[in-house]
Design a protein around this ligand. Structure first.
Ligand code: HEM
Length: 356
């Protein structure tokens, strides 16, 4: 066993074959293009490996406390890897569009659309087929080879991490415990805060009546959105419109974890949700950076995979998000000082206590 043997460097370093070289017209930047793509695929492999661990933990009937810490750790690692993937674009952008043109035609019709690992990653994080943007009336997996397509479809048939998180949140204790019902206590606190805000607007010395009306209407709208979390019928309507995708119980539990994250029993859950939001945001950032890079490389040319290129890719940054609901919950956060206090029995159940 030695360094090169363990890492299989002989094999690894011999698989950068320049297509332009084979044609007798070596293009200097094709090496960079290949190395960058290969490293991306290696990091995708690592992300999928971390997801194996996270999904094993959330796939069971209950999530063990110690295991939750490990899941958070892996999720935070995925975020760090994604940040690296975003910054790798800086290196690729040292290749100019003209340098790229030296070998671009030799790659046809291969395209990022054929990355099986990227599709697996999206599916496992929770992006659903029906939520995807259509391009050229083709399904998103049409360009994959039949073997890869079968594996991606097999993955779609299994619960995604998002599905598992929904189940896990729905089982959160404390939200309804003894006589305590979080949603009732919270609705009261929210109403108290909103009526205080309304009072301030109505008596504001520097606002015109028209300005006051606009601000009051906006507060009423926030309250109506919150009803979506309290009221079954209103939630069902919003869910049918796609405004919420998580179950109502899961959303309430997520709100509870965000608000009471200082309580020890809520802290790891809160960190998990935060890592999921970081993951979602960083992936969206990668999509946006990739789209901008594509626009400077190709201008308005179509992609080698047949999409409109920049327009399609930019739109995915906005639409291909699996955890939008967690972001929307910020609408309902209130300051710590306005939080309804937890009843003693709930608070005690959520804290650690060491007896001498
Ligand atoms: C010069 C550099 C690059 C150009 C010009 C480029 C161009 C494109 C274009 C035009 C598409 C849309 C599909 C199509 O019509 O072909 C696409 C998709 C994609 N590219 Fe790139 N790309 C580049 C670098 C990369 C790199 C380094 C990666 C890293 C793995 C990558 C991964 C992907 C993925 C995963 C997709 C599918 C995205 C989706 O459907 O949401 N690309 N690329």
């Amino acid at each position: 066993m030695d360094y090169a043997g363990y890492l299989k460097l002989r094999e690894l370093l011999s698989i950068q074959e320049l297509e332009s070289g084979k044609r007798g017209t070596p293009a200097h930047d094709e090496m960079l293009f290949i190395v960058i793509h290969q490293t991306y695929e290696l990091w995708f492999k690592q992300i999928l490996h971390e997801l194996d661990l996270i999904q094993d933990i959330f796939g069971g009937k209950a999530v063990d406390d110690a295991a939750l810490g490990r899941a958070v750790h892996s999720a935070e690692r995925i975020v760090k890897i994604e940040q690296l993937l975003v910054s790798q674009i800086d290196i690729l952008e040292t290749m100019t569009p003209m340098d790229f043109l030296e070998f671009r035609n030799l790659l046809m019709p291969s395209s990022g659309f054929q990355s099986e690992q990227f599709r697996l990653l999206e599916v496992r994080l929770g992006l659903k087929r029906e939520a995807r943007l259509a391009f050229n009336d083709e399904s998103f997996d049409a360009s994959l080879d039949p073997g890869a397509r079968g594996r991606v479809r097999g993955q779609e048939a299994k619960p995604s991490l998002r599905d598992q998180i929904d189940d896990w949140l729905s089982r959160t204790p404390f939200v309804d415990q003894g006589g305590f019902h979080f949603r009732d206590a919270y609705a009261k606190a929210l109403d108290a805060m909103l009526s205080q805000d309304m009072g301030q607007i109505r008596t504001h010395p520097h606002l015109s009546q028209a300005e006051k009306d606009v601000q009051l209407a906006s507060l009423q709208k926030s309250r109506a959105m919150f009803d979506g979390l309290l009221d079954d019928a209103r939630y069902a309507e919003l869910h049918a419109q796609g405004a919420w995708t998580f179950s109502r119980r899961a959303l309430q539990a997520a709100l509870f974890l965000f608000l009471y994250r200082d309580e020890p029993a809520a802290n790891a859950g809160f960190r998990m949700l935060k890592a999921l939001m970081d993951m979602d945001e960083t992936l969206a950032l990668w999509r946006m950076r990739h789209a901008l890079m594509v626009s400077r490389m190709l201008g308005r040319k179509v992609g080698t995979g047949g999409s409109s290129g920049y327009d399609y890719l930019r739109a995915t940054a906005d639409k291909h998000r699996a955890y939008n609901d967690l972001f929307a919950i910020a609408t309902f956060l209130i300051p710590r000082s306005a939080l309804p206090p937890l009843p003693d029995d709930v608070r005690k159940a959520m804290r650690y206590r060491y007896e001498a």
